[in-house]
Unconditional design. Structure first.
Length: 139
């Protein structure tokens, strides 16, 4: 009799807690499975703007005769800053590059994409964050 009373006491609270746990697990499971990233909350009056299909440039030794291919060759960059700065910002103001100055051999090498923005603008997200570098044969 005591077990039945323990089970029935606040049954609606127990069932709603179970439902909330199942829903939370489902959302987290989908986020992991489909590689979804939850964005952090914006603080203050910071605004966000996204630039798509920005071309990646290479930072390499100018005396080197080697040529590299970057896959993919373009990225999307989400930046954060004041609304005034974001309204004046253009694609030319954002520099997207990979640093290849220390590369000896480039056979399916992975490199992190780096972004430089004007003062007052911070990159929030870069997609993809990592690109593949391949050495192109010289003709």
């Amino acid at each position: 009799m005591a077990w039945q009373e323990l089970f029935r006491h606040n049954l609606w609270l127990k069932l709603s807690a179970l439902a909330l746990a199942v829903i939370s697990w489902f959302i987290i499971h989908l986020a992991i499975q489909y590689d979804l990233h939850l964005e952090p909350y914006r603080l203050g009056n910071a605004n966000i703007r996204e630039f798509r299909r920005l071309r990646i440039t290479t930072l390499s030794d100018p005396t080197s005769p080697r040529r590299f291919q970057i896959l993919p060759s373009e990225v999307s960059v989400r930046v954060q800053g004041s609304s005034r700065l974001l309204s004046e910002l253009s694609e030319k103001d954002i520099q997207v590059f990979v640093n290849l100055t220390d590369i000896k051999d480039a056979f399916n090498l992975l490199r992190k994409v780096e972004v430089l923005c004007p003062t007052g603008i911070q990159p929030v997200r870069i997609r993809p964050e990592v690109v593949r570098i391949e050495l192109v044969d010289n003709p």
